[in-house]
Design a protein around this ligand. Structure first.
Ligand code: SF4
Ligand code: SF4
Length: 379
């Protein structure tokens, strides 16, 4: 039951539980379990932050999603129960499928400001089940990032971030634990420098691993149950042979969990050098004519659009994380509250359009909503 609840809210499933797989010669797919498993400390921490208002709001949101599917027209009850806030657009790395890495944004770039974050949280914190501190960019580049995490934590909001792991020196690792961050995802897409840098271009694997060790050390020294530490391994052709190794490595360091993630590829129709050899690790399948298609069916509904949204560093509201350049701008929280925007005309138009035909919306065509993003997990 609890597994289902946490999966439903997070949209994630656990892929590899370290104690299950390490050291017993099990191959990766053996511990790509069909059911997510619970991490008791993390689950209790999440449940502890629930309040009646948050639970009632989430119930309204879920009900509105199913009412919409039934009526085939947008029904909106409640307010978004998860928000992705973008700390920055800047990044030190150059990953090939990322606008930050490619320095290819068409929108303004910059850092989220603490006072703007605080004002927005005044409006939304009491209904949030969790706050995701990333969209584009490397969060730790924003010098105020950990202060904002602390601010959210002081309001009882469960916080999550994702990092490339290059800024976790001893002092930052200690500050991370002290900020009260609940979940930290560290990208480790290879267990040797040669493989790692094929996707994380300009990255230094040893810095990332040292950063992870620093976090584990400070968690122990400060006797802190948080953050729940995750190694995220984006499965691409150059690294798919290292899936077992990353589980072993995480176990050696003391990381709580490993997640294997399938990659979204912009150019996939005629193949892509990053496309995994083994189709089970890809979001795409090879057709009889040799071209590729998306595995999931483009159904005319979208859970993301009913329970979450994205706010950029400068306040623009996007429907989801697939709209990296905010080409579908649904509002601006500098001008009106997120709750007004959520119920406003632009959102209603976008939801109506999606219900009529998802394939008619550019960002929704190559979207994995409804597809397995976390291998072996329920999504
Ligand atoms: S580390 Fe993340 S933000 Fe930076 S270039 Fe890579 S994918 Fe983009
Ligand atoms: S791209 Fe479209 S279908 Fe996909 S999550 Fe975003 S709004 Fe939903």
């Amino acid at each position: 039951m609890l597994v289902g609840v946490t999966n439903f809210f997070f949209g994630w499933g656990t892929v590899a539980r370290l104690e299950d797989g390490v050291g017993c010669g099990i191959r990766p797919m053996t511990y790509l379990c069909p059911m997510a498993k619970l991490y008791p400390k993390d689950t209790i921490n999440f449940l502890r932050k629930l309040t009646p208002r948050r639970v009632i709001n989430a119930t309204q949101v879920i009900a509105s999603y199913y009412a919409t599917r039934w009526l085939q027209k947008p029904v909106v009850w409640g307010k978004p129960f998860t928000v992705s806030f973008e700390p920055t657009t800047a990044c030190n790395l150059r990953c090939p499928e990322c606008p930050s890495g490619l320095r290819q944004f068409t929108r303004p770039t910059g850092n989220l400001k603490s006072d703007f974050f605080r004002r927005t949280m005044d409006d939304i914190a009491d209904r949030l089940l969790y706050l995701i501190f990333y969209f584009q960019g490397e969060p730790y580049i924003n010098p105020d990032f950990l202060d904002m995490v602390k601010e959210a934590n002081d309001r009882g909001v469960y916080t999550i971030t994702s990092t490339n792991g290059h800024f976790l020196n001893d002092a930052n690792a200690k500050r991370t634990i002290e900020s009260g961050l609940d979940r930290l995802i560290i990208s480790v897409d290879g267990t040797t420098q040669e493989v790692y840098e094929q996707y994380r271009k300009a990255g230094k694997l040893e810095s990332v691993l040292q950063g992870a060790r620093n976090l584990v050390k400070w968690k122990e020294e400060l006797n802190s149950p948080t953050p729940h530490l995750i190694f995220q391994f984006l499965v691409v052709k150059p690294n798919e042979h290292q899936m077992e190794d990353v589980v072993r490595l995480a176990d050696e360091i003391g990381i709580d969990e490993v997640k294997f993630k399938t990659a979204q590829l912009y150019d996939y129709k005629n193949g892509n050098p990053l496309m995994p050899e083994q189709e089970q690790y890809a979001r795409y399948f090879k057709k009889k004519d040799g071209t590729y298609g998306i595995k999931n069916k483009l159904q005319n509904h979208c859970w993301k659009l009913w329970h979450s949204c994205v706010i950029t560093w400068d306040g623009l509201v996007a429907p989801c994380c697939f709209d990296k350049d905010v080409t579908h701008r649904l509002g601006d929280v500098k001008e009106e509250s997120l709750h007004k925007i959520w119920e406003g005309g632009a959102y209603d138009d976008f939801r109506t359009k999606l219900l009529k035909g998802r394939s008619e919306i550019d960002i929704c065509k190559n979207c994995t909503e409804g597809c397995e993003v976390w291998l072996g997990a329920e999504v």
